[in-house]
Ligand binder design. Sequence first.
Ligand SMILES: Cc1ncc(COP(=O)(O)O)c(C=O)c1O
Length: 326
Amino acid sequence: MGNTPLLRLNTVTEDLPGEVWVKLDHYNIGGSSKDRIAVNIVRQAELSGELKPGDRIIDNGAGNTALGFALAGIAGGHPVTIVANPSLAKGKADLLTFLGVEILQGRADVPFDDAENWEAIAAHHADEDPSTWWSHQSATPDNPDAHYASTGPEIWHQTQGKVSTFIAAVATGGTVSGTGRYLKEQNPGVRVVASDFVEGPNYSTDLAEVIAGTKPLTEEKWAHNIDTTVIDSIEYRTRAEVIAFGWELARREGLVLGLTSVLSVAIALDLAAVAQPGEVIVAFSADHGRDYLAREYNAEWLRANGLAEIADRYDPAARPTEVLVG
Ligand SMILES: Cc1ncc(COP(=O)(O)O)c(C=O)c1O
């Protein structure tokens, strides 16, 4: 786990003064950055005695954390239950089932006090059954601490201390907060940027203003592990523009990345355009694009979901041919 490659982009960065490097965390054994946190969360809970031998681990997750917990659970002798939401990719669900993980259905788009909320379901199961332990990735410090102890030092060494900006998509906040904290301790001048979709749950909150310091932190409406003292700014892009750029990155750079990774790379390129010559900008890639081949990286899916323009741009051969009369 860890020690994943850092790849320099060559084609899409042509003529830009700054350099863009991508931390390819899908090279972790479970296929995503979430291996790092799952292993650390389970290990710390075992050490503290909170997670006893043979106890079941339960958490909510969109697939990547689930795979990390599946592997950590097998290594530690714990069965695993995951509360998924409807966006769980079929390939990931099949793999989880193959690994013996129990999958329950929940929802990420309803508040915690709704019985269908995926965290509420995980909490409820842990309350009901003393042999089930909720790993609670959005709140435990063992999540950002995993990135503080591994991702941060790796990027620092791989860039020989030259990293000027670090960009990572934010969900629980573990990646951006933990890695950012480590990098800032090495060089307080490192800029830490969180990325999210306009359609994401953080867009409608005061998070951007609290990070910018224009609003005081009165109550948290976002994951507890989003550390607003480490993050310098949060950048948003629409899902449609990120999907289109995902196709562009694949065709021009040969790099097939998950959508949150593409989001961070898109922002990195914008920053590289206004950077000092040779400035080192690092974008974080949480997972591979292979899991998106049945959806956002599939022309038919795009056409069926109101994004035909992207499909026509990159997959014109599949466009229904016009019949010319006369
Ligand atoms: C694909 C993907 N990208 C980004 C993230 C965000 O990472 P974090 O939870 O550390 O903020 C996650 C995890 O939730 C993820 O699965």
